[in-house]
Design a protein. Structure first.
Length: 198
């Protein structure tokens, strides 16, 4: 009998929908939610960064990755006690003021000229075509986000699907970029490669 099934039969299993960013050893980094601890006997084998999955939370606040189900609770419902590194608390400063944060993205020369460029953020659980960017020229795209003052939003760049997500020079999924809610904040991203283009 598997570890997760044993817990389910014991009635100690709660399941949450997450988007993993990385998994190594007994640590699972979750988009927008911090770092979780894997349960004894659980592994990173089924974890693919950027691909949503479910995690079962046991009575010791440790998680076991498993197939995503419709009844999984959102990651925001995971108790703070389950985290090795908890999500950042809301900033103490005024959260009601909106400020502009500019994102400039430069894409590689082999980017298909007819493709649109999108921002995928943790706010949408990494929906790959969440926000379409404005085209400045053939390789330069821009987006002006309105964010609450002091807010931080992790994002990645795609061409509209997980299969076209950005890659770094080593063809690995890079760490998420971050837009911040500071007046006139600006971040520039240079995409080294795409997942689907050699």
């Amino acid at each position: 009998m598997t570890f997760a099934l044993t817990l389910a039969l014991a009635g100690a299993l709660t399941v949450y929908r997450i988007v993993p960013l990385a998994c190594s050893g007994d640590r699972l980094v979750v988009a927008g939610a911090g770092v979780l601890r894997l349960a004894d006997g659980a592994s990173c084998a089924s974890v693919v960064p950027g691909r949503p999955l479910a995690v079962a939370l046991d009575a010791d606040n440790r998680v076991t990755p498993q197939a995503l189900t419709a009844d999984a609770l959102p990651a925001a419902k995971i108790p703070r006690a389950a985290f090795v590194i908890a999500p950042a608390a809301a900033a103490a400063e005024d959260q009601t003021t909106l400020v502009n944060s500019t994102i400039d993205v430069f894409v590689p020369p082999r980017t298909p000229p007819s493709d649109d460029i999108y921002i995928s953020t943790e706010r949408s659980s990494w929906a790959p075509a969440e926000i379409r960017m404005d085209r400045i020229d053939a390789r330069h795209f821009r987006l002006v986000l309105q964010l609450h003052r002091g807010a931080r939003v992790a994002f990645r760049v795609t061409r509209g699907s997980f299969g076209t997500i950005e890659r770094d020079a080593s063809r690995e999924l890079p760490h998420p970029h971050e837009a911040v809610g500071d007046p006139d904040a600006h971040v520039t991203v240079t995409v080294a490669a795409w997942a689907d283009i050699d």
